[in-house]
Design a protein around this ligand. Structure first.
Ligand code: FAD
Length: 375
């Protein structure tokens, strides 16, 4: 991506995380003139994210509409990954071995089982396994693990490969990067502006997007070999909920805390809890190198679902934000639906539950946010 063209463009995207870059790629590939603004592309939540594509294991009580969108986006992932790999010429670390959900103790298993029962009720593919079947699939699991289930369609991608690939694909499609922050939406000269600024969204729009801190670790199998397990493992260990994501190059991502905090410091207590739960489930992790301990800020919303579509009184400004724990899995569907909306002006019915207007009483409106910036 080079320098910005003079004069108004068709689409300005604010934020070059996975969401903004995917929207930019889709729009540029349709022949639109696209500019992406970001002082530090890929430096938001995606820089630390695990990359689980988990519509099934992340289907929680009371989030039916979000679950529907997650399922829809996960179904688009295989084609999206193939197309992006082709367009960027790079590997995304997209893997399809599936996910095991396990419980260490009887109580942990009961907790996990409550959720599978709900997920099965929704018709989602989750299959309970006996301990012998679990260990048949992953012999490295601790002998004490009481049981688990297979979510065969919950996959993974490496966000640290995904974002550069999106950047390359967007550039090749003709999108231009401006390496600077947008301070006010009125500074942007475009027919349509897409705000995909993650935790930077609220000051620009007044939308209720807040940072939700996540501490996360990266370990590495010794000797440069692949980890001793292939599935993504999500587990409950003595009441602690963790996940382990194995990469082909030997990396294991172990996460993550969910904290209502805005700092990105790493605490000893969080590292201790993550490591203890991880090693309880997979004892061999104790021999791995600990290579990184970081924290990122998820762009959360009051109902945990993203905000997709026009600002209430600004049809020319589209929000594509608030993806919270699910921005990686939701990248394909968000990019498709927002690019369609930009092109046709007609919202896909899938967008209906995710409009900004559902927060009309809480988000006091982007105009007020802009006015505050001016005074
Ligand atoms: C610990 C952790 C684990 C996670 N694991 C997963 C997972 O396994 N699966 C999953 O689907 N999701 C996961 N997520 C969530 C996922 O990372 C986010 O939902 C996703 O990154 C959101 O993408 P985004 O592009 O909207 O925002 P971000 O990735 O946060 O990017 C926002 C971009 O906007 C830019 N920006 C901000 N303000 C401005 C401005 N004023 N002007 C210009 N640019 C601006 C920033 O520089 C940044 O580059 C995880 C997150 C965390 C923290």
């Amino acid at each position: 991506m080079l320098s910005a063209p003079a004069g108004p463009v068709d689409v300005a995207v604010v934020g070059a995380g996975p969401i903004g870059l995917a929207v930019a790629w889709r729009c540029a590939a349709r022949g639109m003139r696209v500019v992406v603004h970001d002082p530090a592309p890929g430096s938001g939540a995606s820089a630390v994210a695990a990359g689980m594509l988990s519509p099934v294991a992340e289907a929680y009580f009371g989030e039916r509409e979000l679950t529907g969108l997650l399922v829809e986006s996960a179904a688009r992932w295989p084609a999206f990954a193939a197309e992006l790999t082709e367009a960027s010429g790079t590997d995304l670390g997209y893997r399809t071995e599936g996910t095991l959900v396990v419980g260490l103790t009887g109580d942990d298993l009961a907790e996990a089982g409550r959720l599978w029962a709900y997920q099965q009720e929704l018709g989602l593919p989750v299959t309970p396994l006996r301990p012998t079947e679990l260990r048949g699939r992953e012999p490295a699991l601790a002998p004490g693990v009481r049981g688990g289930a297979l979510a065969a369609t919950d996959h993974q991608v490496d966000p640290r490969l995904l974002v550069p690939a999106l950047r390359t694909a967007a550039r090749r499609a003709g999108a231009v990067l401006v390496p600077a922050a947008v301070r006010r939406l009125s500074d942007v000269d475009a027919t349509v502006t897409v705000v995909a600024a993650g935790c930077g969204t609220a000051p620009l729009t007044g939308l209720p997007v807040r940072p939700v801190k996540g501490q996360i670790l990266r370990l590495r199998a010794p000797g440069g070999v692949a980890p001793g397990f292939r599935h993504v493992i999500r587990g409950y260990a003595d009441g602690e909920s963790v996940y382990l994501v194995p990469r082909a190059d030997g990396e294991v991502v172990l996460g993550a805390t969910v904290e209502e905090r805005t700092d990105t410091t790493v605490t000893a207590g969080a590292v201790l809890r993550l490591l203890r739960a991880g090693v309880d489930l997979l004892p061999e992790l104790a021999e791995y190198d600990l290579v990184e301990a970081v924290a990122g800020l998820r762009p959360g919303t009051p109902d945990n679902a993203p905000i997709l579509g026009p600002l209430p009184d600004r049809p020319d400004v589209l929000a594509a934000t608030g993806h919270h724990r699910h921005g990686i899995v939701l990248t394909p569907v968000t990019a498709d639906l927002i690019a369609d909306l930009v092109t046709t002006g007609v919202p896909d019915p899938l967008l209906a539950p995710f409009g900004a207007e559902r927060f009309a009483s809480t988000g006091s409106g982007h105009h007020r946010a802009e006015e505050e910036t001016w005074t």
